[in-house]
Design a protein around this ligand. Structure first.
Ligand code: SF4
Length: 374
């Protein structure tokens, strides 16, 4: 089993904090979709005829695509790959694009999971983020999607901005859960390089909030999610029973996936490929039949470190038997030796080593302590 990720590198506006690859110039969108379909055709053997179980339209903003473009991409996939009978097809949509007809057409095209980039229910905060929608549009988007018949809806929320207090974050979460969605992804606002936010902080026009407040907001998130019947199956991802993102879960479990489009990554068990992060260079490379990606052959050490980084964040954690089987006795012994030093941050369940609530605050730091560096 495997998945396909399609990166749509266009957005209507550049959000303050975002470091994903995208362009706000949509003029060459059709040409890019054509190129993306050529990439799909050319790489039809990348996954060695494994069945495609999940298809994920991410970005960027996939809802900048018109329905002809969505259908073109899906038809190309169905023509060149072996897709399972009921694949999970996720489509990231921004609230400003969620017109009733568009949602209906997405559903008819086979999309069965929506991921809505709400981010906040506070208009002042949305404006500060430079989002292209209002809180009212966000709520309307969910309602329309439900009317159309989507039964698997995920929303994104950001915490850790200067607008947030524990009280209004709690209120935000209560609003989110009152929408009867099945999935929530919530990330701490981080200052990424080359973003507007970083630029403004460097100019002393903005400040970051304290780590203590951020940690408090994360605790509230975990508490409210649990109270509302949401299961934390990955540090930043929560779902109602049976509504985990299959695509992302497979990714965290080390399944193979093909990523197409500028900046997309792919993994086939042996290597990782990183497509060029430029729309123009990507399209030009196909015209001239030139290379448009970098490839990294993964060593056992790379694979072990990736395993630690992704699995530790999930509810199942790291499994010592799996480590022994995948990477050998040397790595198993190293892991056992290092994990013992993590004390109250780790709990064990049979052969699984998982983060405790306290440990979830330090997941990346703990993972790097467990990395094998020769
Ligand atoms: S957060 Fe989403 S909508 Fe905003 S710039 Fe990044 S990819 Fe585009």
């Amino acid at each position: 089993m495997s998945g396909i990720y399609i990166h749509i590198p266009f957005c209507r506006k550049a959000c303050l904090y975002c470091d994903f690859h995208f362009s706000t110039h949509l003029l060459r969108k059709k040409e890019l979709v054509d190129t993306l379909c050529i990439e799909l055709q050319q790489r039809k053997n990348y996954l060695e005829e494994k069945n495609i179980e999940t298809i994920y339209f991410g970005g960027g903003t996939p809802s900048t695509l018109d329905m002809i473009e969505v259908a073109q991409i899906l038809n190309t996939i169905y023509t060149h790959f072996s897709v399972t009978k009921n694949p999970e097809i996720t489509f990231e949509i921004n609230p400003e694009d969620a017109h009733f007809d568009y949602l209906q057409e997405l559903k008819t095209a086979g999309v069965n999971r929506l991921s809505v980039g709400l981010q906040s229910f506070n208009d002042a905060e949305l404006k500060w983020f430079n989002r292209a929608h209002t809180a009212q549009q966000s709520v309307a988007c969910i309602k329309k999607a439900q009317q159309v018949g989507f039964q698997n809806i995920s929303i994104d929320l950001i915490y850790g901005s200067k607008f947030q207090t524990p009280e209004n974050w709690m209120h935000t979460l209560q609003t989110a859960f009152s929408l009867s969605v099945q999935h929530l992804s919530s990330y701490n606002l981080t200052v990424e390089t080359k973003t507007q936010l970083q630029h403004r902080i460097a100019q002393k026009k903005e400040q970051t909030i304290s780590n203590e407040l951020s940690a408090q907001l994360f605790d509230i998130l975990m508490m409210e999610a649990e109270k509302n019947g949401f299961f934390q199956y990955e540090i930043s991802n929560f779902c109602t029973p049976n509504f985990m993102s299959l695509h992302n879960s497979r990714y965290w479990q080390g399944f193979w996936y093909l990523g197409v489009g500028p900046s997309a990554h792919s993994f086939n068990g042996v290597s990782r490929r990183y497509n060029v992060k430029s729309n123009a260079q990507y399209m030009q490379a196909f015209k001239e039949n030139k290379k448009y990606f970098e490839e990294e052959i993964l060593t056992t050490e790379n694979k072990y470190n990736e395993y630690i980084l992704t699995r530790l964040r999930t509810h199942k954690g790291c499994n010592i038997e799996e480590i022994r089987c995948l990477f050998g006795e040397k790595y198993a012994r190293y892991f056992l030796n290092e994990i013992q030093k993590q004390g109250a941050f780790i709990q064990t369940q049979e052969s699984h080593f998982c983060l405790t609530k306290q440990g979830k605050h330090f997941a990346d730091g703990i993972a790097s302590d467990l990395f094998y560096l020769s």
